[in-house]
Design a protein. Sequence first.
Length: 170
Amino acid sequence: MITVLRIGHRIGRDKRITTHVALVARAFGADKILIDSKDEKIKENIQSTCIRFGGEFRIETGVKPKKIIKEFKGKILHLTMYGDKLSKSLKKINKKDDLLVIVGAEKVPGYIYEKADLNVSVGNQPHSEVAALAILLDRLTEGKWVKKKFNGKLEIKPSNTRKTVISKED
């Protein structure tokens, strides 16, 4: 099981990025996302996506990060541009372990670096946490997320020339 923990979410400032973190988590193979701030709007948006496009992805907001980290049984990964290279970190992850992937929004408290089993960097330059999460999940799942079936009410049919969405409710 892969759980993403979004910390430092500021409702007025980070709603778009946190929504994208959640959408990437869902599409790229995570099972759920936990967001530290209580934000019913993001929760509704992600649940709506799951209803329309399928999948068993779960979202909780208003969680207590310290409690989640303390009680987590598995490996804790913290995505940071200051961490070890992704290729080195991946060698230390057992595919059978439950994973908690911590993704920060604002400056991450020092205890996160200490509590994480792995501080992981997908690059040592400033970049988007959305991109970092996508790359991490792609490598963790070995690209298997691409073939995942979501069995939703709507399905996008790939096309080079038009936008095609198939409704399975008809």
